[in-house]
Every structure is written in C-alpha cells, then in structure tokens.
Design a protein around this ligand. Structure first.
Ligand SMILES: Cc1ncc(COP(=O)(O)O)c(C=O)c1O
Length: 501
C-alpha cells in the first residue's frame, strides 16, 4: 500500500471523527464487556507478519465507534481542563511526526526550532511578560507538571548558587535547606514537580487561602518572615476548582522584599491575560520569576504541549543543559538559534511547541481573547441555568471558566455526599450529553465543570445544564433525597476516589 493512501485514509478517518464528535455521546459507561472487546480488537499475539498499514487506524476507529474514545475534544466535555485542538495545530503536529526530527538541537531541526522560538516570543507578548524589561527564557515541554519541574529546577539553581552550593553537581544530600511555600490549594502537579527535585512533598509550607482558594498576602508575609533565607514561593492563577487567581501584585512585592523566587502556576489561567475583560485577573504576573502554562488547555493545541518561562535565563540553562560531546562537537548551533536540550529535560524530543505556534498563528491575539471570553461567558451561563434548580447550589464565584456545583448542600456527611456525587456523575455519563468532573472542595465532594473549548456554544451549555439537572433528579427519584436514604445507597466500589486534575 502506498504512503499517500495510508495518510489519506488516516486524515479521512480523523476528519470523520472530528465531524461527528459533537453528535456522539461524550462518554459511555465502561463495562468489562466493552473493555474486553477493545482488548481483543487491539491486542492478541504480536503478529508474526505485519498487518495492513491502515489496520491500526481502522482498529482505533472501531473502538471509537462504541465509546472507546472519550469525546474530550468535543464541545460538551467539561471534566479535565482541556481545549479543543484547532485544525492547524493538529495538522502541524502530524507534520512534526512526518519530519521525525531530533528537535533537541537546532542543527537537526532549524525550522522547527525557529517555529518554537517564535511561539515562545508570541506567548511572552501575549502574557505581557516583557513589561519589566528583564531578559526572558522559555521552553516547550509536555505540560504544566514538567514546566513546574523546569521552573523549580531553575529556582533551586539560583537560590543554591547564592549560597555557594553547586546543586547540580553536589545534589541535595547535605545541602543547606531551601524552603518551598505554596498556597494551601496549590495543584497536585506542583508537589509532584517539587518531589522530583528532592524537595519533600510534606516539606512544602502551606500558605493560608481564602474561601475561593486565593493566597492571603498577609499569611505569606508571616510565613516568609519565619524563613531565615530566600525561599521559593508558588502562587497560582486558575485554581482547579474555583478558577480563582491569587493577588499577584502584593504577593510579588512580599516575595521580592524577602529576596525569594516567585513561581506561578498558570496552567489554564495564563490566557486570561489576552482578554481585555479578564486581564485584571492576571495583573502583576509579569513580576514573577517563572511561569508554567499549557497549550492543551486554553491555547487549543493537542495534548502534551506545555510551556515554561523564566526571567532568569542563566539559572534556567544551568539547571537543564544536558549537552554531551557528541551533541556539541557533532553539530554547531546555527547562528541566532538555541538547542532545546539546554532548556528542557530529555534529549530526544519532538517539536512540542509547533502546534502552539500554529494555534497562536491561526487564532491570533483576538482569536485567543475571544476563546477565553466565551469560555467565561459559558461558565456564567451554566452557573445561572443550574442555580434555578433548588437541588443545586453553585459553590464558587465564577470569575473565569470553572463552575463548582454542589448537588446536595444539606448532605450531612462527606461519606454519603461522595456517593451522591458519584451517582450523579454516573447518570451524566449514562445520559451522554456531557461529561463533568468530581472534586472535593473545603472537605465536601462536588461536581466541577471546566469550560475551555473554542467549539463550545451557548446551545451546548443549555444542553449540558438540562442534562445535569436531569441526572440530579434521576438520582433523587432512584434513591430519594433524604440523608438517611443517601446513607443506605450502595457504596461505589469501582472508583478509588474523587479526582482533581
Ligand atoms: C492549575 C493546574 N496546574 C497544573 C496542572 C497540570 O498540568 P499538566 O497536566 O499539563 O501537567 C493542571 C492540570 O489540569 C492544572 O489545572
């Protein structure tokens, strides 16, 4: 079979999938029979002779046909914060695969390196980070977790160097302590990144937050005052449950006075800077020392596009470079370009920033502002529609794209409230109109809707609001909405817990 036929077949199937994703059930209840069917289809023994080259595409499409592919790129997927990849971003991601290059060195991938650098420049502009006039550096990585990792590694380098400790050479054993502080509602990914770098998860000092999860500057000042040496302070914009933003200006000032490093988790919050109506949320972000964000959230790229930026290029590079004689002697860095392997983990890497470059180019500043503003409007619309139902309470101030939905304000124990939330989520999946997430906020299990897709319309929101209300009332009818009956509902054994990512 010719290459052209294989590629055309894949493009045709992908187009069909995307054309239909908004019409199909977003998700289906996952039964053992379905999983076994997909395993039989995809698995079995390793073929002795290879299959037809179109077979893998067809097998995946057959799984998709009966629910094996959750419609997270569709307009009514509100579980994890994920945008819908715009066509140019998907197309260039394919091209990156077709080029099949070693994008860690500029000599091996000059145009890809340039596209990534252009996209870095555009993002710095979009976020207004050049306002302070400091030199900036950045790198495309796989997501915000990896971006935190790079940023905290740069911070670690900077603070240890000031104390005369070469942390890259000597490691953390015997190193003088460097404290890490984070808002009490910081995202799990920050703890993951810290632990990869040898900062114990349990050593991270929590800073008190308000009822929306925003860091309290007075609490930060008190915590920092107790630190004898400069520390790493992690603040955030776009809290995973409420969507709230920390007050960056006072936080930056307090951190600066202490000589500490300020890192911001802006995984999906960064894009607010692009929208005139929402930019007040990000006021002061330019005062930080490093930033982590994602393309696959508000910037509408496919998955695994993250971005780290710092205002300390030397520390960034010192913390990340992994050059070896065969990479430096083997190829000279072309003039005006940088090797990706000096700025991000890993040697072999694909051009992760290329889809972001394509999304930014085709959406433009106005397009991104429009996506973010519409996501905010949709969140308000969903909250307003749901609040008309007495069985539902909106538990957050909808300042951005997150809607926190409490389906049972009067549930009297966390235990039965968890079962209730799970039962409603299961009904929503069975209904197929939309998908929501579950979470826990201030100790109480709740539902959460994250609206981040450019393709979502007001009509999608209305359909989702009806489906959520329908699901809540179905659970009420099935079990009765009195606390002692909720207590007697079957425990939901199949699920280990309520997720928050
Ligand atoms: C606020 C926040 N920070 C960090 C992350 C982790 O991002 P990633 O999954 O790209 O590593 C997420 C993911 O949803 C998030 O919402």
């Amino acid at each position: 079979m010719r290459r052209r036929e294989i590629f055309e077949h894949a493009a045709e199937q992908a187009t069909r999938y995307l054309d239909e994703v908004g019409e199909r059930p977003v998700s289906v209840p996952l039964t053992p029979e379905l999983i076994d069917g997909w395993r039989a289809l995809l698995g079995g023994d390793l073929p002795l002779r290879g299959t037809a080259p179109t077979w893998p595409v067809d097998a995946l499409m057959r799984c998709a046909a009966d629910g094996g592919v959750v419609g997270s790129t569709g307009p009514r997927y509100f579980h994890y914060v994920v945008g819908g990849a715009v066509p140019a971003a998907v197309a260039t991601d394919w091209l990156v695969a077709a080029f099949d290059q070693f994008a860690a060195t500029a000599a091996a991938s000059p145009a890809v390196t340039l596209a990534e650098e252009v996209a870095l420049d555009w993002t710095m502009d979009l976020l207004g980070l050049r306002r302070t006039g400091r030199p900036l550096s950045g790198a495309w990585v796989t997501g915000t977790t990896e971006a935190h990792f790079v940023a905290l590694a740069a911070a670690r380098h900077e603070l240890y160097e000031a104390r005369g400790w070469d942390v890259e050479a000597r490691g953390m054993r015997g190193a003088p302590p460097v404290a890490v502080l984070a808002g009490g509602d910081a995202h799990r990914s920050l703890f993951a990144a810290a632990q990869y770098l040898g900062f114990g998860r349990e050593e991270i000092i929590p800073v008190d937050t308000d009822d929306q999860g925003r860091m309290l500057p007075s609490a930060l000042a008190a915590r920092l005052a107790a630190q004898p040496d400069p520390a790493i302070v992690c603040a955030a914009g776009g809290e995973i449950n409420t969507g709230s933003f920390d007050p960056f200006e006072p936080i930056a000032e307090i951190t600066r006075q202490h000589g500490s490093w300020l890192h911001l988790d802006l995984a999906f919050g960064a894009a607010a800077a692009a929208a005139p109506e929402l930019a007040h949320l990000t006021a002061g972000i330019e005062l930080a020392d490093s930033w982590a964000t994602d393309g696959h959230k508000m910037l509408q790229t496919p998955y695994a596009v993250g971005l780290v930026l710092t205002a300390h290029p030397e520390a960034h590079r010192a913390a990340m470079t992994s050059q070896a004689p065969y990479t430096t002697i083997g190829a000279t860095v072309p003039p005006g370009l940088r090797d990706g392997m000096d700025w991000s983990p890993g040697m072999a890497r694909r051009g992760l920033g290329v889809p972001a470059w394509a999304a930014l180019a085709t959406l433009g500043r106005e397009g991104i502002a429009d996506v973010v503003t519409r996501c905010h409007d949709h969140a308000l619309r969903l909250a307003a529609a749901l609040s008309t139902d007495p069985a539902i309470r909106i538990a957050n101030q909808v300042v951005y794209n997150q809607v926190l939905i409490d389906v049972r304000p009067e549930a009297h124990t966390v235990h039965n409230a968890e079962r209730l939330v799970r039962a409603v989520l299961d009904e929503i999946v069975a209904d197929g109109t939309c998908v929501l997430g579950g979470t826990r906020w201030r100790g109480k299990p709740m539902l959460r809707a994250s609206i981040a897709n450019h393709a979502t319309t007001g009509h999608d929101i209305d359909l989702a609001a009806e489906a959520i209300t329908r699901a809540v009332h179905r659970v009420h009818t099935k079990h009765g909405l009195v606390p002692d009956v909720v207590d007697r509902m079957e425990p939901w054994h199949a699920h280990a817990g309520v997720v928050d990512c």
